[in-house]
Ligand binder design. Structure first.
Ligand code: GLV
Ligand code: MN
Ligand code: MN
Length: 427
């Protein structure tokens, strides 16, 4: 049995290794940002693997890759079960973030066919586009779920100022067609996503799988301090309007506020800092920060968002300059669907797996789909809690447990009209 399983998952391992070749960075790590050549080539490769596995495949107008395994039993127009994740990466990211969930879905398809599993509903494997947010966040799943207003599309730009339309055109896609990636939500029975944890909890507890009960909400701000450029030698410290000094004060104060008020549930990151004019002997006139706060507690997230605006004002006042705090994005935490979580727990118990029910501080396509259809997630541990870096890794035995669980739950959900009928009405 164990020998058999190693043989089966060898296909998944080979797929992960092949996908990792697309956008491989010379010094280690992977860069497949959405709508780049590496990303689109990886998507074409994936589509071919899906065809080889017998799926009906579609690359939709947003470059989401969708492979459908039809039902074995015709039961009217049964809504589909979805398994998905993403194959775009952050710049210089790891080989598993997103890729594992998509390729595990493909492996589940092959196993279903090997084992001639009865399916009363279709199964769609989806590789969503731009989960990592080159153009915001979750672009592919949001357009599919109808969350992107076509009027917003023309405004969407990446960090380098490239418009979404231009990026689409560069890989042969069209912004006019983009909204056609919309999918009918009534046709979705449920959504499952397997993902690496990207944090240290499961490893520290010595557990191979996690069942996610909620995904953190987040708020993102762009904060710009406007001071005055002056001579760095002859301007007395008390006369300066130093934009970076205000930004630094704000950053350290806000960090402490999040630690004090967040009670281990909230996290804050300032991942973008741009100082102008960026010359060693000129007092900085402008400092722009890009920051995000995440929390699974909606009320506390709101409190910390308000504190961000307050701390920015206080820091600006302390340095006698002005600040503009722009909220770019806010999403509430999303609860995973209780019945699907129960299904995962039952499957884990059947397989004899020890698991932890845990929230996800990281964002996932499941939080977008989960706003519209019953959704649930499985986590496998990340070595050293590392992710969004080339060192990202997971023990193969843990990946096996995660895929076993995904497979078991999928078999049950595809076979049992009763359990899905109740999830369909339960959301
Ligand atoms: C996605 O990886 C996110 O949590 O930002
Ligand atoms: Mn991911
Ligand atoms: Mn990621």
């Amino acid at each position: 049995m164990a020998r058999n399983r190693i043989m089966k998952y060898a296909r998944l391992r080979a797929d992960l290794e092949t996908l990792a070749q697309f956008g491989r960075d010379p010094g280690g790590g992977h860069t497949r940002q959405a709508y780049t050549i590496a990303d689109i080539e990886a998507r074409r490769w994936l589509a071919q693997q899906m065809v080889n596995a017998g799926l009906e495949v579609q690359l939709d107008p947003a470059a989401n890759v969708i492979g459908r395994l039809p039902a074995t039993v015709e039961k009217g127009e049964a809504a589909a079960l979805l398994i998905g994740s993403h194959i775009d990466t952050v710049p210089n990211g790891g080989a598993l973030d997103g890729a594992l969930g998509v390729l595990a879905g493909l492996e589940v398809v092959r196993r279903l066919q090997d084992e001639s599993a009865i399916r009363i509903r279709p199964l769609d494997i989806i590789a969503f586009e731009d989960e990592e947010g080159r153009f915001g966040a979750f672009t592919g799943s949001r357009v599919m779920m109808g969350e992107l207003d076509p009027s917003q599309l023309a405004q969407m730009r990446d960090a380098g100022g490239v418009a979404l339309g231009a990026a689409l055109e560069s890989v042969g896609l069209s912004i006019d067609e983009f909204p056609k990636a919309l999918r009918s939500i009534e046709r979705i029975a449920g959504y499952l996503e397997l993902h690496i944890e990207q944090g240290p909890i499961l490893e520290r507890k010595g557990l191979g799988v996690g069942i996610v009960n909620a995904i953190a909400g987040q708020v993102r701000f762009s904060v710009r301090f406007d001071g005055r450029p002056d001579h760095a030698g002859s301007t007395p410290m008390s006369d300066r309007k130093d934009a970076f000094a205000a930004a630094a004060l704000f950053a350290t104060k806000l960090r402490q506020t999040v630690i004090d008020q967040g009670r281990d549930g909230a996290v804050m990151t300032i991942g973008i800092v741009k100082v102008e004019p960026g010359v060693g002997n000129i007092v900085p006139s402008h400092a722009r920060l890009g920051l995000e706060i995440r929390d699974t507690d909606k009320a506390r997230l709101g409190t910390l968002a308000a504190a961000t605006e307050q701390e920015a004002e206080t820091a600006a006042k302390a340095h006698n300059l002005i600040v503009r705090c722009r909220k770019l994005y806010q999403v509430d935490p999303v609860q995973m669907h209780p019945r699907l979580c129960e299904e995962l727990k039952r499957s884990a118990q059947m397989l004899g797996l020890n698991f932890l029910v845990m929230p996800s501080p990281a964002g996932h396509d499941a939080q977008v789909v989960g706003r519209h259809a019953p959704s649930a997630m499985i986590f496998v541990p990340s070595k050293g809690g590392r992710s969004h870096c080339p060192e990202e890794a997971t023990e193969w035995s843990d990946i096996e447990q995660g895929v076993d669980l995904l497979y078991e739950a999928t078999v049950r959900l595809l076979r049992d009209s009763q359990s899905l009928a109740t999830t369909e009405s339960g959301n």
